[in-house]
Design a protein around this ligand. Structure first.
Ligand code: SF4
Ligand SMILES: [Zn+2]
Length: 230
């Protein structure tokens, strides 16, 4: 388990690493694959980025007693079709041994969440970059978990008419490398959509430049996370 600079998390852990890239708009710029390649000296399969399991990390969070937000498998896709559901079930049992923590998993393959009920301390986020990805929000609405999160990072299109009913938290961000910032009306449209439902919105630090440049955006709180405090 590692301390992280991701603004809304305390730690990340990677019980699984790798991703098949199915339906991913940003596979070419994949940050996770770059991070996994850096693990070459520890694990050759991490370097290949083929989805695989690291059993030795299944309970690494048990040594942390302080309630923390923990991002799971950010170095890949936890719900990848190449990872068996019994592996996930085993990991859920470990999560339930640490009810003080809040675990967050982001996915682009929510169709592979086949458990009717997930651990009460597990929040699921779907990544949505373009209109083509909006179906993931419909799937997420059916999932029983602690909080349902939608991450628009990086935001590639105007999604101002998105349906956010049944969602608890919205994250908006840009692309860091290569730098690609969304246009300001797209960000404003999403914030207004979320605020119409009274949802907390978290604007990633990589959008600070966009937020500072446009006066209407400055009116909104930038990094809300009250509802999702661990
Ligand atoms: S889904 Fe995530 S981990 Fe997989 S290729 Fe896309 S960005 Fe990388
Ligand atoms: Zn590995």
């Amino acid at each position: 388990m590692n301390r992280t600079k991701i603004e809304y998390l305390d730690y990340t852990t990677n019980p699984t690493v790798g991703c098949s890239g199915l339906g991913c708009a940003v596979a070419k710029e994949c940050w996770a694959a770059k991070q996994a390649k850096r693990q070459k000296h520890k694990c050759a399969i991490c370097y290949s980025f083929v989805p695989h399991v690291h059993w030795e990390r299944f309970d690494d969070f048990l040594s942390v007693k302080k309630p923390s937000r923990i991002g799971v498998s950010f170095m890949g896709e936890f719900f990848d079709k190449e990872i068996s559901n019994w592996v996930r079930k085993d990991y859920y049992l470990h999560m339930m041994k640490a009810p003080q923590h809040m675990f967050i998993i982001f996915t682009k393959q929510p169709q592979n969440i086949d458990d009717e009920e997930l651990p009460p301390n597990l929040s699921i986020g779907v990544s949505v970059n373009r209109k083509k990805d909006l179906w993931r929000i419909d799937v997420l609405r059916q999932v029983k978990c602690q909080y349902r999160i939608v991450s628009f990072e990086p935001l590639y299109e105007d999604l101002s008419d998105v349906n956010l009913e049944g969602i608890d938290w919205v994250i908006i961000g840009g692309q860091t490398r290569p730098k690609l910032l969304p246009s300001y009306p797209w960000v404003l449209g999403l914030i207004q959509r979320a605020k119409a439902l009274n949802l907390p919105v978290f604007i990633k630090n990589n959008l600070k430049e966009v937020m500072a440049r446009w006066p209407p955006l400055r009116e909104y709180p930038h990094q809300e996370m009250e509802k999702v405090r661990a």
